[in-house]
Ligand binder design. Structure first.
Ligand code: 5GP
Ligand code: MG
Length: 180
């Protein structure tokens, strides 16, 4: 058995679900009547995207869905600042309206890189949506169009977010207690 890190629930399933309904309320009129492509940034966004797209469906919004895998280079625990494409999306984004989905907006490098990349590929409009935002950590000035929850600078896991590549399956978001 893999021991769980000591953690404390920050947002439970019900709270996340209610916030997703509100987010869909915020975004639905911006996204309607458009040839929309939702692109999830892997791996962290898979659960959020899955829940979000099912609520968009209830609003008669039917996007195509694709994924891109982006990775930051790490030296120790700090990101070096470089983001690379580990696996590209396969959809043609020329002239398209995109909704980029990520789990968390931290330094801003990942979404900034993704947005520039897809504009370069010819996307006409890009909206960005994150479940969590840690504005204190920003290195690149970047604001998402739709934000689930703004949080303090704490390391969170679950609902797609990993702890040493595990615990993404937790249906809730938790804060990890640092051991000293
Ligand atoms: P950014 O490029 O904005 O710094 O980083 C975004 C990525 O860093 C997220 O998609 C996520 O993979 C990772 N990240 C940032 N903060 C956290 C956190 O608190 N917990 C986990 N598990 N990943 C995080
Ligand atoms: Mg990520």
């Amino acid at each position: 058995m893999i021991p769980h890190p000591i953690h404390e629930t920050l947002f439970d399933e019900d709270t996340i679900h209610k916030r997703i309904l509100e987010l869909v309320g915020e975004m639905k009129d911006d996204l309607r009547d458009r040839d929309l492509i939702m692109i999830g940034i892997l791996r962290g966004s898979f659960m959020f995207l899955a829940d979000l797209c099912r609520e968009l469906y209830r609003e008669q919004i039917h996007p195509s869905i694709d994924f891109i895998t982006l990775e930051s280079y790490y030296g120790g625990t700090e990101s070096s600042g470089e983001v690379r494409i580990a696996k590209d999306a396969s959809v043609n984004v020329e002239g398209a309206h995109l909704l980029l989905i990520d789990d968390i907006l931290d330094t801003g490098r990942t979404l900034d890189t993704a947005e520039k990349y897809f504009f370069n590929k010819g996307a006409e409009q890009i909206k960005t949506c994150v479940l969590l935002d840690k504005p204190e950590r920003r290195v690149v000035p970047f604001e998402a169009d739709y934000v689930g929850f703004t949080i303090e600078n704490r390391f969170v896991i679950g609902y797609g977010l990993d702890y040493d590549s595990r615990f993404r399956e937790l249906p809730y978001i938790a804060v990890v207690q640092e051991e000293n």
